[in-house]
Design a protein around this ligand. Structure first.
Ligand code: MG
Length: 354
């Protein structure tokens, strides 16, 4: 097939290498050279930085729009809030573009808006502008939306960077993907795979013999209190589409380092593990919406862990590995004693999870 006949597939929106290639070869190629930003488009980080302002745009097309533990509105608010938080900034305002499908029940729209309102209140940030469009009945699945947002630099971020710089040099003034260095500990705030499997169960009408719920939530307050009160965090990311495998590989590529994980330290609910085994899915590649990974200087790792474990959002936190200079990419010490490569997935195994 020639490039001219190539078409967009669902994999182009599934995180992983196929989506990253699309963004790099088309979107960054078109706009990467225009404008002046401290953290620009071509950095392909969680959000961009211009001056002291962090800017993020995120569209949401989860199918179905309601699933165990959440809905499209809660994801849309949480996704943008969390991406801004990953730079170490505090979100201060959001914009929402709604695209509604003809035939959508107004009661369903109200339910989504109520849920967005709740997420906004949790995050302490409001929608201050937006737009609404309606399209003909088709395959949209009810509605899709875009939530963009701005965040700003906080004294907590400055204190955090100061803690790092007392131990080692750090050029970047935000918690960027490229900041990881050998010896830094990798801390995960809780169980993985819950969100992807919750959406999959709603898509397929599957019951996994338990109640697997999405973890979707805004995490800005957790980030700000952690970096302000403990510090030592060099990089933050939300392992969404493509899961932990995609997020950690992105760190190693941009930081030119390796990461070694310990499989028995990665928190996974037993029912999620069983469902993944049944369906042949790798929980490391499944998207999450309420978890964060932190790269932390080793001198602060234990303190960060203890802080997280005392919070409701981080009670299952674990140090799951560390950065190394011995190889590039991500490898994992398995529970049965071997080592395996954790490759960057081509895409999240579950389509339209956010
Ligand atoms: Mg992100």
């Amino acid at each position: 097939m020639t490039a001219q006949n190539e078409k967009i597939t669902l994999m182009h929106g599934a995180g992983g290498t196929i989506m990253h290639d699309l963004v790099k070869n088309y979107i960054v190629k078109s706009f990467g050279g225009i404008g002046n930003a401290e953290v620009p488009l071509k950095a392909m980080d969680d959000a961009a930085v211009i001056g002291d302002i962090v800017l993020k745009s995120d569209s949401h097309a989860v199918k179905p729009i309601f699933f165990p533990g959440g809905d499209i509105g809660r994801i849309a608010i949480s996704g943008t809030v969390n991406d801004i938080s990953c730079l170490g900034a505090q979100p201060i305002a959001l914009a929402c573009g709604l695209i509604l499908e003809e035939g959508l029940l107004l009661s369903d729209l109200k339910r989504v808006l109520d849920s967005m309102q709740e997420a906004c209140l949790e995050a302490g940030v409001g929608i201050i502008t937006g737009d609404t469009k309606v399209i003909e009945k088709g395959t949209l699945g009810g509605l899709v939306m875009n939530v963009s947002g701005i965040g700003k630099r906080t004294p907590a971020l400055d204190r955090n960077l100061e803690v790092v710089r007392q131990i080692r040099p750090l050029k970047a003034s935000w918690t960027l993907d490229s900041n990881l260095e050998k010896g830094d500990k990798i801390i995960l705030t809780g169980t993985i795979g819950d969100h992807g499997l919750a959406v999959l169960s709603a898509q397929q009408g599957l019951k996994f013999g338990s109640d697997i719920k999405s973890d979707v939530k805004p995490l800005n307050h957790l980030v700000q209190t952690l970096i302000g009160e403990v510090g030592g965090v060099v990089v933050i990311k939300d392992p969404t589409r493509g899961g932990l495998a995609d997020a950690l590989n992105e760190w190693t590529e941009k930081s030119q380092t390796g990461i070694i994980l310990e499989e028995d330290k990665i928190p996974i609910r037993p029912d999620v593990q069983t469902a993944c085994e049944m369906l042949g899915l790798d929980p490391l590649e499944i998207g999450n919406e309420g978890k964060l990974i932190f790269g932390v200087i080793p001198q602060k790792a234990q303190q960060v862990l203890e802080f997280l474990q005392q919070t409701p959002q981080g009670k299952d936190a674990q140090i799951i590995g560390e950065a190394t200079s011995q190889f590039r990419g991500v490898a994992m010490q398995t529970t049965i004693g071997g080592k395996r490569i954790v490759a960057r997935p081509v895409g999240d195994p579950i389509p339209r999870i956010c």
